[in-house]
Design a protein around this ligand. Structure first.
Ligand code: FAD
Ligand code: DLZ
Ligand code: SF4
Length: 510
């Protein structure tokens, strides 16, 4: 009789079409899935994220068994659980006589390294759930001096035919940004995203997580994430009908009391394998073709998935294991306690952090222009910032989180993801949100003790990195404005920034 092989299915590989399952034989091979402390505590993941992954894993294991697979599933509280992925593979190999493992390449360098170093042979197959393979991305990137999302995105539109009319982009433009990105208006009729009350499987996991991770930052309840493909499909259909038409207009807006606006909240489902990215894009396109959603909204949405998500994945793969430790701007200040919910007078930060604690969710502009922008301006250590984003969001996996944090948000990769840093003063937040109205700070002030901290920190950031950025054509006008201010004003601004940085340094409230 031939020995069985172990087929490792990780917590974010929850589709029957995953490469490892496709290359295995249910009559011979055995699926291994494991809830382990080494993963749940690799950073202090938000309790909702752990609960989401474990629930989705349990439901996926049950589906695989129904389809004829033999599954050896380790629950976190199983007495014999070794609490590491490699430990569980070794234990299952000893139990079954298996001598080799088939796995789909993980999306975290640490886990890839652990599997490659395991004391039994592990074949890692390419994760082909993406629209652009790692090999195709490498070919696209080859020989280019700069990798820019916009060029990649146009190539992907041509390659897939999404929103194309022959060789031309639908509507005559590749993007409709000029029509998008409006500040948000309160609206009682805006549809909320679909949430799912916990079923019996979820409830059992919630109790285990509550018991096991009581000190991780974040509220476990209310828990409403989609945990299986049926729920993910319902949430997608609801978004397409109710919110997609407004997606473009509201994509960059922020509003107190409305943490989700017209966003889809489908990133956890996409990243865990409950939804397929190409299918999501085609469904969005169909809404436009049927006249149910305008082109500016549909293009804006498809760009996020076909453009940004695929580009980010390509960068992660190309940049290699050292990428998450990049620190091109040499920033070393530790993460202040306000990121963990300690008091701050800054209303924008306090709102986004509270929402993150309560929901394990913030939309893109909140992540980029509030928490990310503040970290960048304040010179926080990108490794700490990376750990924070990796732990607090339900959708966070290294392959997508690191290029967004290290690259797009912190410019710690020196410009691999973006051509210029996403640094902005309080004026940007004031334009795109209603946060500033109720804030203790004055968003129009740059240097008094009551000045919005984003203002002095913005100029301090530009001034300390002048050598790197002043020659960037998109930034020279900003430096010209700085140079036009009188010397006294410049000193007052930098002094105020110095005070704020000193307070952060010793953990005082700002
Ligand atoms: P929507 O606004 O409705 O967008 C639709 C989909 O587009 C998303 O579900 C997502 O799959 C995709 N998308 C949009 N922007 C991006 C992007 N920049 N990169 C990749 N995919 C994108 N996204 C993650 O999935 N996991 C992360 O860990 C993560 N970390 C981030 C960290 C920082 C500092 C920043 C600035 C962004 C991060 N993002 C991350 C990207 C983005 O913020 C989230 O994908 C988005 O907020 C998810 O919410 P949504 O489903 O409502 O998105
Ligand atoms: C993020 C995460 C968590 C919290 N727990 C598990 C787990 O117990 N078992 C598992 O197989 N995967 C888990 N994951 C995801 C992995 O840590 C890792 O980030 C991804 O598999 C990388 O693709
Ligand atoms: Fe944030 Fe500044 Fe506005 Fe306050 S004034 S909410 S700190 S941007």
């Amino acid at each position: 009789m031939v020995n069985p092989r172990l087929v490792l299915v990780l917590g974010d590989q929850l589709t029957p079409r995953i490469a490892a399952l496709r290359s295995a034989d249910p009559a011979r091979d055995i699926v291994v899935m494991a809830e382990v402390a080494a993963e749940a505590e690799s950073v202090r993941h938000h309790p909702q994220k752990i609960a989401l992954i474990f629930t989705a894993m349990r439901k996926h294991a049950a589906r695989l068994e129904k389809h004829g697979w033999r599954v050896l599933y380790s629950r976190l509280d199983d007495a014999r659980n070794s609490q590491s992925l490699v430990g569980e593979l070794l234990r299952r190999a000893a139990e079954t006589g298996a001598q080799e493992v088939i796995a789909t390449r993980p999306g975290e360098w640490r886990v890839i390294h652990d599997l490659e170093a395991a004391p039994l042979p592990v074949s890692l197959l390419a994760d082909d759930r993406f629209i652009c393979s790692e090999a195709e991305f490498a070919v696209w990137a080859e020989g280019r001096t700069q990798l820019r999302m916009e060029h990649f995105y146009r190539e992907m539109r041509r390659r897939t035919g999404l929103l194309m009319e022959g060789t031309k982009p639908a509507g005559g433009h590749w993007n409709f940004d000029a029509e998008n990105r409006k500040p948000a208006q309160p609206d009682l009729f805006r549809a909320a995203p679909l949430r799912f009350p916990p079923d019996a499987v979820t409830e059992e996991v919630l109790e285990a997580v509550e018991h096991r991770f009581p000190r991780h930052f974040g509220s476990l309840r209310p828990f409403g994430w989609a945990t299986d493909p049926d729920q993910a499909e319902q949430a997608l259909a609801h978004f397409l009908r109710q919110s997609l038409p407004r997606f473009g207009d509201e994509q960059d807006a922020m509003l107190s009391g409305d943490p989700t606006l017209s966003h889809a909240l489908i990133s956890p489902s996409l990243n865990l394998g409950l939804l397929d990215p190409m299918e999501v894009c085609r469904r969005a396109e169909a809404e436009w073709r049927a006249g149910r959603a305008p082109l500016n909204a549909v293009e804006g949405f498809i760009r996020q998935i076909l453009g940004w998500r695929e580009f980010i994945r390509g960068i992660w793969s190309l940049a290699g294991p050292g990428y998450p430790a990049s620190n091109a701007l040499d920033h070393h200040r530790p993460l202040p306690p306000l990121y963990w919910g300690s008091e701050t007078r800054m209303r924008c930060l306090s709102q986004v952090v509270a929402q993150t604690r309560d929901m394990a969710y913030a939309h893109h502009i909140q992540r980029l222009m509030v928490t990310g922008n503040f970290a960048l301006l304040a010179g926080l250590d990108p490794a700490d910032v990376h750990d924070w984003y990796l732990s607090v969001y339900a959708d966070a996996l290294e392959w997508v989180e690191a290029p967004n944090t290290i690259g797009m948000s912190q410019f710690a990769d020196g410009g691999m993801v973006g051509s210029k840093p996403y640094a902005a003063s309080g004026a940007y937040i004031n334009r795109m949100s209603d946060y500033c109205g109720g804030c203790a700070y004055d968003v129009t002030d740059r240097s008094s003790p009551n000045a919005c901290p984003f203002n002095p920190l913005y100029w301090h950031f530009l001034s300390r990195h002048r050598e790197r950025f002043a020659r960037n054509p998109r930034m020279t006008p900003i430096y010209r404005n700085w140079d036009r201010m009188d010397a006294g004003q410049r000193t007052a601004i930098l002094d105020r920034a110095g005070d704020i940085l000193a307070r952060l340094e010793v953990g005082e409230t700002v």
